[in-house]
Design a protein around this ligand. Structure first.
Ligand SMILES: [Zn+2]
Length: 440
């Protein structure tokens, strides 16, 4: 720090402080619906949306989406039923819902409208009311411009800190000049370094603070808005609020791959449950508005393909208890669903691997029964034949294994398991099995 630099730095600091204070922006923003169809995003909001679009593009390059057009249609349909009617017609943002194929329980919204739900969260939900709660909560973040509010708040905090830092730096500058006047060069140099550190540190802290997510108050607001939306749309608010209980009951063991991120930037789950209960207690339910009846099986039907896939991922990850719970829900919807039976068999086989010998046979027998029922419904499905063959092989039921593996090869001679199926068949024949249709 030279003598000449001092007054210049003071002048610059003052100019910066004035410019920053002038740009301090309000954080009490009216929700988008209040502006109606004529809503125009603010200047910094436009920038935020552009940034968000960019981030969304990058996200889509990195994650796998669950590709089920009927599920996407259904999710959008539920969402449209929850959008504030003042903006439903000419929504200023890109309203769509997509499913990220991730086993974690997460949902998030971009400020320009797109909502994302992880398959892991969908698979944990029990009803359309709970689904509506998740979507309404995320929609509330969008409609109430929570990210912009958060951004402005962080910027204002940054400005406040920066102004304080600059004030301190001016003070230190004066001290420094006096020290120099008195010929205390060492002291002057120390003060100069200190002033630089104060400005640098102020900025760093604000950036750290900005990573804390929407924060407790905006999350509570999102829940309150969501409850209103559910009520307006004729959903069961108490059932919707149950998502927090479900996530709490379902809280993963430490170290599990199936962590919950839906609440990572949210207050603790107990906190959410308590605030939801308090809200419901202090807001007596309005008389239900007239709504056309919803098809009660719609949720289960649309979620079913995802749930089956999810069971497979849980089994692969060794999360057998979770997989079993999901399978039970599948079989509740349709006890004869071949895919649900197949998932049931996969869970039984997985359990048999670590079961004591006397229990092992019973588990494999249940798996075989389920696969035989599924095969009766779908005799031409090679994967079912392969799985049945494998379960029978494990259970030592050689003739059944021969028949099933032979059928697999007949249905899919070039299938991905064909080489292994031939090996197993050769082994069975060597041991004198495969007298029946399994023989070539
Ligand atoms: Zn939230």
């Amino acid at each position: 720090m030279t003598l000449a630099a001092l007054p210049l730095r003071r002048a610059t600091a003052t100019a910066v402080a004035v410019a920053l204070v002038a740009s301090c922006a309000t954080t009490s923003l009216p929700p988008i619906p209040e502006a109606g169809p004529g809503f125009e995003p603010a200047r910094d909001e436009r920038r935020l949306w552009d940034e968000a679009r960019d981030q969304e593009r990058r996200l889509l390059g990195r994650v796998a989406l669950w590709d089920d057009p009927l599920l996407d249609d259904y999710l959008l349909d539920v969402t449209l039923g929850l959008v504030d009617p003042r903006i439903a017609r000419e929504t200023p943002f890109a309203l769509r819902v997509r499913v990220v194929d991730e086993p974690t329980a997460n949902a998030f919204a971009f400020p320009h409208g797109p909502l994302y739900v992880h398959s892991g969260l969908l698979a944990r939900l029990e009803s359309e009311d709970q689904l509506a709660m998740v979507l309404a909560h995320e929609l509330a973040h969008v409609e109430h411009r929570h990210l912009l509010r958060l951004q402005r708040r962080a910027r204002n905090r940054q400005i406040a800190l920066l102004s304080a830092a600059i004030g301190l730096s001016i003070l230190l500058g004066r001290e420094q000049a006096e020290a120099l006047d008195r010929g205390h060069y060492g002291r002057a140099a120390t003060i100069g370094v200190l002033a630089d550190v104060v400005i640098g540190l102020g900025l760093g802290l604000v950036f750290l603070a900005a990573i804390n997510g929407y924060g407790r108050d905006l999350e509570a607001e999102a829940d309150a808005v969501a409850f209103d939306k559910l009520e307006d749309a004729g959903y069961d608010v108490a059932d919707g609020a149950r998502i927090y209980d479900i996530l709490l009951e379902d809280a993963p063991d430490p170290g599990s791959k199936f962590e919950q991120y839906f609440l990572s930037s949210h207050p603790a789950l107990e906190d959410r449950i308590a605030s939801a209960r308090a809200y419901l207690a202090s807001h007596p339910r309005r008389a239900a508005a007239a709504h056309p009846p919803r098809d009660p099986t719609r949720f289960a039907r649309r979620i079913r393909p995802l749930l089956r896939h999810y069971v497979g991922r849980l089994v692969d990850a060794g999360e057998i208890d979770r997989a079993e719970a999901a399978v039970e829900r599948l079989l509740d919807v349709d006890p004869d669903d071949p895919e649900a039976l197949r998932a049931f068999a996969a869970v039984r086989v997985a359990r048999s691997r670590t079961a004591p010998p006397e229990r092992r046979a019973a588990l494999l027998a249940e798996a075989i029964d389920a696969l035989e029922s599924a095969t009766a419904a779908r005799p031409d499905d090679p994967d079912l034949a392969w799985e049945l063959g494998l379960a029978a092989f494990r259970a030592g039921r050689r003739q059944l294994a021969c028949d099933a593996l032979g059928r697999y090869l007949a249905l899919a001679p070039g299938g991905e398991n064909a080489a292994r199926a031939r090996d197993y068949l050769a082994e069975l024949r060597r041991d004198g099995a495969c007298a029946g249709p399994g023989a070539d």
